[in-house]
Design a binder for this molecule. Structure first.
Ligand code: EPS
Length: 378
């Protein structure tokens, strides 16, 4: 199977299946001298993990990262960094009943059409389990971006089904286990999720992700545009069906006079562009918004077919996510960080001699600027 690698100067290759012995990744191109230890992965992997609350899949994985190469005495050496995560709680018998069936809405069918063979246990390579390795790789990129450029990447839920936050307070996002930015709404959301789980159905979600502190100049026109690579990276996450950069599809009904981000000597007056102009970062907050589909592994019966093309009733039992988007913010952060670090290294390779140019705008004009807007909080 090809195309398991992305990135140019910082490349990430992931491998492994949900019910195989292990999953992992090789991160190549990380500069030497970055502090890296196994404990640095714990927090982000826990944020993404299954089993962390009643609202997500009840598979309980250890998600312990083993660093196999690329690190000596606690710092990166510049050689490929191989990370291994052993699968410890796969329960393959859950998949026995559907091993010869296609779940409607699942990659089961297209993997079979492409390869003529598939690993039905947990969806094999198509499982959201693979995203663990992206988050692990993203820890390296986040750490490098923070250290070298003071960049912070963060994400939050922007919708779960039809429920949208009435208020956006980034300070509470990490407090409630749901990445929800409106503390007052959490009890209502939990009630909604409890009812959803009991119904046996699933629901979609929207995640907003931002990178704060990105300097101007990153991104390569025309085929390596920062927004094009962010869109591709986000689209490669399981269950993603839509990506918006900045105002995204809202642009359709906007006028130019409304969409353009006016500039003062002190800084930009808005950020409709999502911090990217002509595929190159503007120095404003980079933000995108990502749509996750409702997962297809449902205990509610559906009409499907088997390997012989005969009609069957498909029922999926086992441990599934009623809203897989709820575990996605750390994954979106990781993909944002990996794309940015790759672009940063590419910018350094080609344009380091350009140095700082003037005028250089501040991300926002402080006096009359709406901070929430600058950060892309819709
Ligand atoms: C998944 C189905 C479930 C989830 C899994 C994603 O797998 P299983 O049926 O083997 O328990 O638990 O998520 C993870 C294991 C993970 O680490 O994210 C799916 O169909 O994508």
């Amino acid at each position: 199977m090809s195309s398991n690698t992305f990135g140019k100067l910082l490349s990430v290759t992931t491998f492994g299946e949900s019910h195989g012995p292990a999953i992992g990744c090789v991160v190549d191109g990380c500069p030497p001298g970055l502090a890296l230890s196994a404990d640095m992965f714990v927090a982000d992997l826990a944020r993404r993990a299954t089993g962390k609350s009643r609202h997500v899949s009840q598979r309980h994985e250890a998600d312990a990262v083993e660093i196999l190469s690329g690190v000596y005495e606690g710092v990166t050496t510049g050689t490929p960094i191989a990370l291994l995560i052993r699968n410890t709680d796969a329960r393959s018998k859950d998949y026995a009943a559907i091993a010869r069936q296609f779940r409607p809405g699942h990659a089961d069918y297209t993997y079979w059409q492409k390869y003529g063979i598939r690993d039905p246990r947990g969806g094999g390579r198509s499982s959201a389990r693979e995203t663990t390795t992206r988050v692990a790789a993203g820890v390296i990129a986040k750490s490098w971006l923070a250290q070298q450029h003071g960049i912070r990447v963060r994400a939050r839920m922007a919708a779960v089904g039809a429920v949208q936050p009435a208020d956006v307070d980034w300070a509470v996002v990490e407090d409630n286990g749901l990445f929800w930015p409106d503390a007052a709404q959490v009890p209502e959301l939990e009630k909604y999720l409890d009812a959803l789980r009991k119904s046996g159905d699933s629901v979609g979600a929207r995640v907003d992700v931002q990178a704060l502190g990105v300097p101007p100049g990153w991104g390569e026109p025309v085929y390596g545009k920062l927004d094009a690579e962010l869109a591709a990276a986000m689209m490669s996450i399981n269950a993603v069906k839509g990506v918006e950069i900045g105002d995204g599809f809202a642009c359709v009904t906007q006028h130019g006079s409304e969409h353009r981000d006016e500039m003062l000597p002190e800084g930009f007056l808005s950020n409709h562009a999502g911090g990217i102009l002509g595929g190159i970062s503007s120095g404003q907050t980079v933000h995108c918004s990502i749509a996750f589909k409702p997962t297809s592994s449902l205990r509610l019966p559906a009409r499907g077919i088997d390997l012989n093309g005969m009609p069957v009733q498909v029922i999926t039992t086992g441990r599934h996510d009623p809203c897989v988007g709820l575990r996605a913010p750390p994954i979106c952060e990781a993909m944002m960080a990996l794309v940015l670090m790759d672009q940063a290294l590419r910018h350094r390779a080609q344009c380091a001699d350009v140095g700082a140019v003037s005028p250089r705008m501040a991300a926002a004009a402080p006096a009359d600027f709406n901070d929430a807007h600058n950060e892309g909080s819709k």
